[in-house]
Write a protein that binds this ligand. Structure first.
Ligand SMILES: NC(=O)C1=CN([C@@H]2O[C@H](COP(=O)(O)OP(=O)(O)OC[C@H]3O[C@@H](n4cnc5c(N)ncnc54)[C@H](OP(=O)(O)O)[C@@H]3O)[C@@H](O)[C@H]2O)C=CC1
Ligand SMILES: N[C@@H](CC=O)C(=O)O
Length: 429
């Protein structure tokens, strides 16, 4: 094997990084693989667009068949995004016996099992390391490094865009919309950033990690999702005063065989390792029965970090090709899916509300928590300038999610409460 030929679907942020690494690190690839790696054709929408990296001998095309039907192409790298058309291209490439690499978590969260099955049937490789946490080799670590263990808890900052926004809002007091634009121009955000800010991108990544980590076929619809678009500067200031940083946390935990999977803005104590993960960086904090605690940290998005994960998968495929094996054999889930009910989910919470500033209000509010079996850890009452209201901020001790939902309802219905401004889960204590 003197040369391995690649077809690339997409030449945007990640695709440009893949081309750059393959060209600039060719000596390293040749040394480790004993063959040359060349990019033959690249699928794009607009071939006239100026490109960030040198194409070398690669040819741009607008016709996907030029790549998936080309018998000289061994490996197809999908970095174009989207789901339905892309899944069709990938399926056809698999049937044409091309090895596939992808960074596409949207497609993997919905059709990962089907595509892996198709790869197995066609005896080709299928790897997707870059689809979760950019440059952090978390999928390989779960599938290989932690393979003998049973995981109990997985807590991650899996979206670079939202972590960038929350960091800049809390550390520099900057405006949400302004920081989102910056994250888009830096190439972290998705083409439509709604999936970043509303938590869906993190949920897709969590679906992939939790299914692998707990060996359970978890569906995207099982992940309860809340994004960061309603987080305000005031929320961040109160959290800070109470000793917490706010992060969009993707959480999966397992107790007695039952799991919970959720993505939501969450308060983490300043001293927790995840609180120090800032800007576009990602991290995954893992607990296993045998290994104990582990934390993976690194760049979760961006051109070169994500491309490093893709090219690392490419090197695995080429090593497999040399050995004439495929390395992606799917292990069927070991456990039946068993999700926790709200009675079985336990957490601490932060609530901020605007109360009517009359005698007895404060007692009324705290009584409602007590009536729902929730003990309060901290309570702050602050007058609101020029208004007949007071702001009340409480943090609870650990309680059942079902009780917490009941107290929210009771607060909504209470004449002592004008409105609930925000509430967040607290983790990591
Ligand atoms: N950006 C990041 O940091 C990360 C991205 N990912 C994932 O990687 C994938 C790619 O992301 P990214 O590089 O940011 O995306 P970009 O939007 O930067 O690039 C997409 C590329 O695909 C091409 N393309 C899109 N649709 C079509 C189509 N229908 N036909 C032909 N070409 C098409 C575009 O062509 P043209 O250039 O002509 O417009 C462009 O080159 C996505 O799945 C994303 O979720 C994963 C981890 C990190
Ligand atoms: N939009 C994503 C890109 C990587 O998956 C993010 O912000 O993390």
């Amino acid at each position: 094997m003197e040369n391995v030929s690649i077809g690339l679907l997409g030449f945007g942020t990640v695709g440009s990084g893949v081309v750059h690494i393959i060209n600039a690190h060719q000596d390293r690839l040749e040394h480790q693989l004993g063959c040359q790696v060349s990019i033959r054709k690249i699928l794009v929408q607009d071939p006239t667009k100026p490109r960030k990296v040198d194409l070398k001998d690669a040819v741009l095309t607008q016709d996907v068949n030029d790549i998936i039907d080309d018998p000289t192409i061994d490996v197809v790298i999908e970095v174009m995004g989207s789901v339905e058309d892309t899944k069709d291209y990938v399926s056809r490439a698999l049937r044409n016996k091309k090895h596939i690499l992808t960074a596409n978590k949207d497609m993997m969260a919905l059709y990962g099992n089907e595509l892996l099955q198709l790869a197995q049937e066609n005896e080709v490789d299928f790897y997707y390391e870059a689809s979760v946490a950019g440059g952090i080799p978390i999928i390989r670590s779960l599938v290989e490094g932690l393979a003998p263990d049973r995981l109990t808890n997985l807590m991650g900052i899996l979206n670079g865009t939202t972590n960038y926004i929350l960091t800049k809002m809390s550390q520099e007091g900057r405006d949400y919309a302004d920081v989102l634009k910056e994250a888009q121009s830096l190439g972290f955000a998705e083409a439509d950033p709604t999936s970043d800010v509303e938590g869906l991108d993190a949920a897709r990544k969590l679906k992939i990690l939790a299914s692998l980590g707990f060996s359970m076929d978890i569906d995207l619809a099982d992940v309860s999702v809340t994004g960061i678009s309603n987080v305000t500067q005031n929320d961040l200031e109160f959290c800070h005063q109470l000793g917490y940083s706010m992060k969009l946390i993707a959480l999966a935990n397992r107790d007695n065989g039952k799991v919970e999977v959720s993505v939501e803005p969450t308060l983490i104590p300043h001293e927790h390792p995840l609180a120090a993960v800032n800007n576009e960086f990602n991290a995954v904090y893992v607990n296993g029965e045998a290994i104990g605690e582990l934390m993976f940290y690194g760049p979760g998005a961006g051109m070169l970090p994500t491309a490093t994960a893709v090219v690392s998968d490419l090197m695995t495929v080429i090593k497999n090709m040399r050995l004439n094996v495929t390395g992606n054999s799917m292990t069927p889930p070991q456990y039946e899916k068993n999700l926790k009910t709200d009675d079985e989910v336990a957490a601490k919470y932060f609530v901020r509300l605007l109360a009517v500033d009359i005698p007895g209000t404060f007692a009324e509010v705290t009584t409602l928590f007590g009536q729902n079996d929730i003990s309060l850890e901290k309570v702050l009452q602050l007058p609101v300038a020029n208004e007949a209201h007071a702001e009340i901020v409480v943090t609870t001790y650990k309680t059942r999610k079902s009780n917490f939902n009941k107290v929210l309802q009771a607060l909504e219905n209470s004449i002592a409460v004008k409105n609930i401004k925000s509430y967040y889960r607290i983790e990591g204590e």
